[in-house]
Design a protein around this ligand. Structure first.
Ligand SMILES: [Zn+2]
Length: 77
């Protein structure tokens, strides 16, 4: 089973389609089971779609940190 930590670390690769079919399957399965992660991926998706409108196309590190932090908070509850 994919851990939450690993999923979060490779969240942008997942959304950008840089993972193999098998990896994507594991991600989907985890997201189906795990509310915290699916929320995180949803937010990350929004950030990426925002960024893809700009010419830089890279997630700012502080934005990713912010999402990760929020994710960790939601895990504590
Ligand atoms: Zn998870």
């Amino acid at each position: 089973m994919l851990s939450c930590k690993k999923l979060i670390e490779n969240g942008s690769e997942y959304l950008e389609g840089d993972l193999s079919r098998w990896e994507r399957f594991k991600y989907k399965f985890h997201l189906f089971m795990c509310k915290s992660c699916s929320r995180y991926i949803l937010q990350l998706k929004q950030v990426i779609s925002m960024i893809s409108l700009s010419p830089k196309k890279k997630i700012p590190q502080d934005m990713e940190d912010m999402l990760t932090k929020e994710f960790e908070e939601s895990m504590k509850k």
